[in-house]
Design a protein around this ligand. Structure first.
Ligand code: BDR
Ligand code: CA
Length: 308
């Protein structure tokens, strides 16, 4: 039986690879895709979602366009993917299909209400659509099996020279709504996603997958890796694909429960995800945090999905 999911994304090279993996996995039923601003403005992330999905033959999957700015702050765009959100791509043709008539927040509610069984949400961008979903349609919460999101940084904050992770930093108010939503949530953050890096051995393995899709993914990653190496000194981190992979195979990551709060006021730390691992504030655990990852098994899954 396949796992029904909705992917809420801001493609973005790594979001695009998560879309590819979700659609190609026989164990996933991709019910719909929603877009949000983040790596690029909403027009660009929606255009990218449409053309990626067309390219991989996923025309049957509905795509709904979401929020154009965060809930309470001006939009700060990501810088990891170039202005188009998918720079360095060989020209994937534009799609001529239309997005869903409903806004993503309402489409999410419709898809959830109509689903025969609870759906897993996989947000791989800022949490604006999901936060707004909980404000506007709280009745759909029981129809969400769980949320497995890419976001946050806990243990290795200083190592990455960042108090925050981009998806949470971009819309901390939405992130705060999500972690306090009461819906079972797993945060796959930089602590683990910075361990699934595309470097020379991974490029070599990808080069062997000599298919049209394999070559496009390779082109995406060549651009993405160069930008990453320039800013962070390491290869391209497959943040969003890891969140998706953790739905397919939860044993790829280890997690621990904690109470997490999102800093909304800090002058330089707003968007920081603060975990109370030892229960000192006597608050109930509200999320599970990914603490380690089996990177080799993750890459084996990626190659398999691209190859088969
Ligand atoms: C997250 O931010 C974006 O740049 C990526 O797509 C990923 O979702 C990593 O911090
Ligand atoms: Ca993303």
């Amino acid at each position: 039986m396949s796992i029904p999911i909705i992917l809420d994304c801001d493609p973005g090279h790594d979001d695009a690879i998560a879309l590819v993996m979700a659609h190609r996995s026989p164990d996933i039923d991709l019910v719909g895709v929603t877009t949000v601003c983040g790596n690029a403005p909403i027009e660009a992330t929606t255009r990218n979602a449409l053309r990626v999905m067309d390219f991989i033959g996923a025309e049957e999957v509905p795509i709904a366009r979401g929020c154009y700015r965060p809930l309470a702050r001006p939009l700060r765009l990501g810088t990891a993917d170039g202005p188009s959100g998918l720079d360095g791509t060989p020209d994937l043709p534009d799609s001529d299909r239309a997005v869903e008539p409903q806004h993503a927040v309402d489409a999410l509610a419709t898809w959830l209400r109509e689903a025969p069984e609870p759906i897993t949400l996989v947000p791989t961008g800022p949490l604006t659509n999901i936060g707004l979903l909980f404000l506007k349609h709280p009745d759909v919460k029981p129809k969400i099996k769980e949320i497995v999101l890419m976001g946050g940084v806990f243990y290795r904050r200083s190592e990455y020279f960042t108090p925050t992770e981009f998806n949470i930093f971009c819309d901390p108010e939405a992130a705060a709504i999500v972690v306090d939503s009461g819906v079972p949530t797993t945060m796959v953050g930089l602590d683990v996603t910075m361990q699934v890096l595309v470097e020379e051995p991974q490029f070599e393995a990808l080069r062997e997958i000599d298919t049209p899709l394999g070559r496009v993914v390779l082109d995406w990653l060549a651009f993405y890796e160069k930008l990453h190496r320039g800013t962070m000194g390491v290869g391209g981190a497959l943040h969003d694909p890891l969140a998706l992979a953790a739905v397919l195979d939860p044993s790829l990551i280890e997690t621990r429960p904690a109470h997490v709060a999102v800093d909304l006021r800090g002058t330089v730390t707003f968007g920081a995800t603060v975990a109370d691992f030892w229960g000192e504030r006597e608050l109930p655990d509200n999320v599970r945090i990914a603490t380690s990852v089996d990177a080799d098994r993750f890459f084996a899954l990626l190659y398999k999905l691209l190859r088969d």
